[in-house]
Design a binder for this molecule. Sequence first.
Ligand code: LLP
Length: 438
Amino acid sequence: HGTSTINANGHLEIGGRDVADLAKEFGTPLYIVDETLVRQRAKEYVEAFKASGLKFQVAYASKAFSVMAMCSIAEQEGLSLDVVSDGELYTALQAGFPAHRIHFHGNNKTPDEIEMALDAEIGCFVVDNFHELALLNAIAGEKGKKVNILLRITPGVEAHTHDYISTGQQDSKFGFDLGNGAAKQAIEQAVALPNLEVLGVHSHIGSQIFEVEGFRMAVDKVAGFAVSIRSELGLTFKVINLGGGFGIRYVDGDTPLPISEYVEAITGAIKSNFSAADFPLPEIWVEPGRSMVGDAGTTLYTIGTSKNIPGVRKYIAVDGGMTDNPRPALYQSRYEAVLANRANEAAEETVSIAGKCCESGDMLIWDLELPKAESGDLLAVFCTGAYNYAMASNYNRIRRPAVVFVKDGEADLVVKRESLDNIVCNDVIPARLQKSPL
Ligand code: LLP
């Protein structure tokens, strides 16, 4: 996985660091991010787009893993940034991310969020619905600003993925429908609004997609729409944003393509569609999240107790669980893992990895082949870079783990482990509930 290897002690090593040392230094559970691999993924996108000859922006979908250090890497790699809340926007701005490369998404942006983004002078809003069109135009007007927008359209493409993370089909909370005329109506309204500048449209068909077919279909639909809008309204889209959704390999049987192949499929379909219609080639934007950081992340746990039910199952519990990785509980997601301090030993038994939350559904991996694990051994779960720290919670008042970036033998803390004080720092006991002195 990634740049991980097994060293002479039989320990897993990531980014040139023995993970057993990382466990000693930073404690567990610990998110370890292989910075070299993140940068490599960013470069794969940028290189593939450069090779296409089209103008482009690769906007990292920060929802996958939004921390300030990650924004710095995105900035250094020349990426743009997709944010979906004031919190993600604040994270980016605090990291010094250039505002003009920030795109603001979301199906229910609040007036406060819109104001904040306008004040920061972000590059573009991706407008999701009619309410937002009017709201954004009004707030921009109050501030005397004209804002760049893309309109999010729902192309009616069903990506083959889990229902909750599929977004391109018509029955979705996101965007203006292409099929029923809402998308055209939205463009008509937007061009008539004085404080909005319509750059083009956005389409996102889903997440963890392996085939290029869905992206090609989305391009066909969007291109057809662009051509009809130009002829009917005289508006020429300058930008087409095709969202994210490029899959990664979590376990055997997952069959993602190399990043370059997704990019080639998209840029190829753009060129053929738009050239055929004699339409000036638009700038292409994408928004990869998972494929930028997913396989660069590993979560390191310490094994505690185990419970063997003869003839049924052996449970092995770790010091984290659904609080640091809710994906198995939410989406039945599957992961691979190894005993990180005995990574060279052969598997001897089939076990299931349980978290420490008071909930039966708090299972991280069912039926994993491992050497005979003992309390104190380290378990490394792979491909946890995306939607793990980002979706972590304090359920059971469990503290969120620390995050370290490793690179060329260096390990740097990028998010501190939460303290017990962090757990109660926003709690307030109203005076009437305070213990009266005896
Ligand atoms: N752009 C838009 C408009 C999106 O809604 C998303 C993801 C992305 C880009 C990035 O997609 P990616 O490249 O990461 O697939 N929590 C779920 C994933 C939810 C994805 C939501 N939208 C999970 O853990 O699998």
